[in-house]
Design a binder for this molecule. Structure first.
Ligand SMILES: Cc1cc2nc3c(=O)[nH]c(=O)nc-3n(C[C@H](O)[C@H](O)[C@H](O)COP(=O)(O)O)c2cc1C
Length: 215
């Protein structure tokens, strides 16, 4: 099948962190999530390890417990970071923190909380190669999942702050010690489907050809 460049680029450039525009009233069918996970499974993994695991949380009591946990580690961080961004006049970052604080407040109300996990633990003292090999064997799948959501009228926000209390989250969900959680994504249908590319620096300013000449 020919891939229509315009559609592909639209999907890739408009898959944003969605927080305030997740519809808290519309349930997400299990089949839709499984479809997105099926698509995520086409992602690459080191040595073809395919150690992806997903925990999809719809239970209100568990969502509440995860939301409390998330707030316990994010509140101070967001307040300080938001203040810093405002003082520095960084409008885009300031908007991100405003939206992040909304999410923290409403985490328990999100239709689903999805936690991608990877079998095993990151090697301690393994250096950059070990860390890259480990986490890069799950993040491409996480992003495929986000793209698949967007293509179906859903959205998510990739968050990692709850990992400060990874063990407590594992206890809530019965995740074994030898499984690593890598993120927590609130997932829902989006309110409207118009999303725009964000402003980013020109690629020439972040790309070197043959020789590092970057600041
Ligand atoms: C590694 C990583 C960790 C993140 N952690 C959080 C988080 O804990 N909470 C949150 O609200 N957003 C989190 N984000 C989302 C970022 O804030 C968001 O991707 C970034 O601001 C770009 O926003 P955009 O998608 O609107 O361009 C995280 C993103 C990444 C890639």
């Amino acid at each position: 099948m020919t891939i229509h460049l315009e559609c592909a680029d639209e999907l890739l450039t408009t898959t944003r962190a969605v927080r305030k525009r997740l519809d808290l009233t519309r349930p997400v069918p299990r089949e839709v999530i499984l479809d997105c996970i099926r698509i995520s499974q086409q992602a690459p993994t080191g040595s073809n390890s395919q150690g992806w695991r997903w925990v999809v949380v719809a239970d209100p009591a568990k969502k509440q417990a995860l939301a409390d946990l998330y707030r316990s580690v994010s509140a101070d961080y967001f307040t300080q970071a938001s203040e810093r961004a405002r003082t520095a006049g960084e409008a885009q970052t300031s908007r991100v923190f405003d939206s992040a604080m909304y999410l923290a407040e409403h985490m328990q109300d999100m239709p689903l909380l999805v936690i991608p996990c990877l079998m095993g633990r990151p090697a301690e003292g393994g250096g950059v190669a070990a860390s890259a090999g480990f986490f890069a064997s799950i993040y491409p799948a996480v992003w495929n999942f986000n793209l698949a959501l967007r293509a179906r009228g859903l959205g998510a926000a990739l968050t990692t702050l709850h990992l400060v209390r990874e063990k407590d989250a594992a206890a809530i969900l019965g995740i074994p010690d030898d499984v690593t959680q890598v993120a927590l994504l609130p997932v829902g249908y989006t309110i409207g489907d118009t999303f725009s590319p964000a402003r980013r620096p020109p690629p020439e300013t972040i790309t070197a050809f043959d020789q590092w000449q970057l600041s």
